[in-house]
Design a protein around this ligand. Structure first.
Ligand code: F6P
Length: 544
């Protein structure tokens, strides 16, 4: 289907011609109910959409676009297990990972929910043993450090959530996350570890990922050098869909936690890929996180588009990216513990919707996935916020903020005062971005006329404010599900398959070919482009 020919699309094109006239100051002045009308909640999340450069007519046409492109039908198809990932011929069922036992979700006539809960029970039993000190290593010592080795979705979700839920961690257990094939990553993680108390969780859906297997082999060598071959069974477990490769690596499949091809890597935090997280926060808190996911799943599946929070977030992104030509979106958590959340979202969003070919194989004729980036506030305020406020590019921004401090320990007394300051800064940034400071307002206090233009803020820079009471496991699950479904909505409207990632393949293939050219004793015959050939030769010279 060519959506550009639909009425909703044409109407939005017309609205977008007047985008520069959409002034937040006027939109607020003209509509006393705007904030109330444009603040929605889902679970514990309160989402204020009012600072977006949209009118009720724009929203109506975006909702019509979602209806025309079949967002609701596609959601049902995903959640009931249809093979909507058509280029890989797979179902897309991350929502089944948090389904209760009362649900039945079939793939090829087989209910997957009992299997999901079987693995959750297996994870919980293992987790309890490790946390209780009942699982001991080869020298009889309890585990104190869990090293998760994985990359992409087998790293970013677990590390993001481990950091986010720092306040919920087991006092004896800590996790480290090794992803980069750069040897410093593994070396730094292992440098101060005692092998007797170290457990490796090798996380890889395919168990063929070059970086992960290279790191896993080196970790195994490190362990064997210190504790001998037999130690592997007590110090290595695997999370994967590929039992054959796990066994080939030398990990007993009794110590393997499985999942399924219908879980995409970037949607796998709540599968067994979350094992390191579960080890850190316990099975109960992990279950609370799944409950949080489910709250948003239920809302997304059952709420009309005009009140559907993830769908509206997705549609507003479509408005900015496709119709208003804004290339990027910032995600700014005002929460130190959410410092890996933007990186997590980068994979979720950019690997899902960074595509230029529609699901039917035709090229799109419009802009799709935005560039996602961000850092926690308030730090960003002292660096890139300059561009957000006064640069030439308008960057729609997501602010995420909690009602109370994230940590629970009583290290010092004035955590509340810090938090008040944090929240004040968050609100102030959103206010300044939206409403700016006009030259007239600046001139009232600025005696030097030459400085007025420098000190003026154009404002009219849109943002979403997402607030929750506290960064609990449930709230984290809600946040992740919110973004998963936002990304899904965008993908449907753009006509993309948000669940494949062919764009990562070419580089992998080329790297495999280049490795022997870097390491060969004899000067290799190189058949790359001139630049790559020269780089290889230069590296070979340095390597010698
Ligand atoms: O290369 C991209 C990718 O396939 C991601 O989609 C995935 O999350 C990551 O690599 C890791 O894959 P695996 O879990 O199979 O090691």
């Amino acid at each position: 289907m060519d959506i550009t020919t639909t009425d909703a699309w044409q109407a939005l094109r017309t609205h977008a011609e007047h985008f520069s006239d959409l002034e937040l100051r006027s939109l607020f002045a003209e509509d006393a109910d705007r904030v109330e009308r444009m603040t929605l909640s889902v679970g514990d999340l309160v989402v204020d959409f009012s600072k977006h450069r949209v009118t009720p007519d724009v929203i109506t046409d975006l909702v019509a676009l979602a209806e025309t492109t079949g967002v609701a039908g596609r959601t049902s198809a995903m959640m009931r297990g249809d093979r909507i990932n058509s280029t890989e011929d797979r179902a897309v069922l991350h929502t089944a990972l948090r389904a209760t036992t009362s649900r039945m979700i079939e793939v090829d006539g087989v209910d997957v929910v009992p299997d999901v809960h079987r693995v959750l029970r297996q994870m919980a039993a293992f987790t309890d043993r490790v946390r209780d000190g009942d699982w001991v290593g080869a020298t009889g010592m309890p585990i104190e450090t869990v090293v998760n080795i994985g990359i992409g979705g087998s790293d970013l979700g677990p590390v993001m959530a481990y950091e986010a839920l720092a306040a919920f961690r087991h006092p004896r257990l800590r996790c480290r996350f090794v992803s980069n094939v750069d040897s410093t990553d593994l070396a730094a993680a292992l440098s101060d570890l005692d092998p007797s108390t170290t457990m490796f969780v090798i996380s890889s859906k395919t168990f063929t990922t070059q970086e992960t297997l290279t790191n896993a082999r080196s970790a195994r060598g490190w362990l064997i050098d210190r504790l001998g071959d037999d130690a592997v069974a007590k110090h290595f477990v695997a999370v994967s869909t590929n039992a054959d490769e796990v066994a080939a690596f030398g990990i007993d499949t009794a110590n393997m936690f499985g999942f399924w091809d219908w879980v995409g890597g970037r949607y796998s935090l709540d599968s067994a890929i979350g094992l390191s997280l579960m080890l850190a926060i316990g099975a109960e808190a992990f279950g609370e996180m799944l409950d949080g996911f489910r709250i948003v799943d239920d809302h997304f599946a059952s709420t009309p588009i005009e009140a559907n929070v993830p769908a509206l977030l997705g549609l507003i992104e479509v408005w900015y990216r496709t119709f208003c030509d804004l290339p990027t979106r910032a995600v700014l958590p005002y929460s130190r513990y959410l410092h890996r959340f933007p990186a997590y979202l980068q994979q979720l969003d950019m690997e899902s919707n960074g595509k230029r070919v529609r699901i039917d194989g035709e090229s799109v004729t419009y802009e799709t996935g935005p560039i996602i980036w961000g850092e926690p506030g308030t730090n960003g305020q002292h660096s890139f916020h300059q561009l957000l406020h006064q640069g030439t590019t308008v960057v729609p921004t997501d602010f995420i903020v909690m009602g109370s401090p994230d940590h629970t320990d009583e290290v010092f007394v004035d955590a509340e005062a810090h938090h008040d300051l944090l929240v004040a800064n968050c609100f102030a940034q959103a206010e300044a971005l939206a409403f700016g400071k006009t030259p007239q307002e600046v001139a009232e206090t600025e005696p030097e006329p030459a400085l007025v233009s420098h000190r003026s803020f154009p404002g009219n820079r849109p943002s979403t404010m997402i607030m929750a009471p506290a960064l609990t496991p449930s709230v984290l699950g809600q946040l992740v599900a919110l973004y998963e479904h936002q990304v899904f909505t965008q993908g449907v409207v753009w006509g993309l398959n948000s669940f494949d990632q062919w764009g990562v393949e070419l580089g992998k293939v080329l790297a495999v070919a280049i490795v022997p050219e870097l390491t060969a004793d004899e000067e290799p015959v190189l058949a790359h482009d001139a630049s790559t050939n020269a780089l290889i030769r230069r590296y070979r010279a340095l390597r010698k």
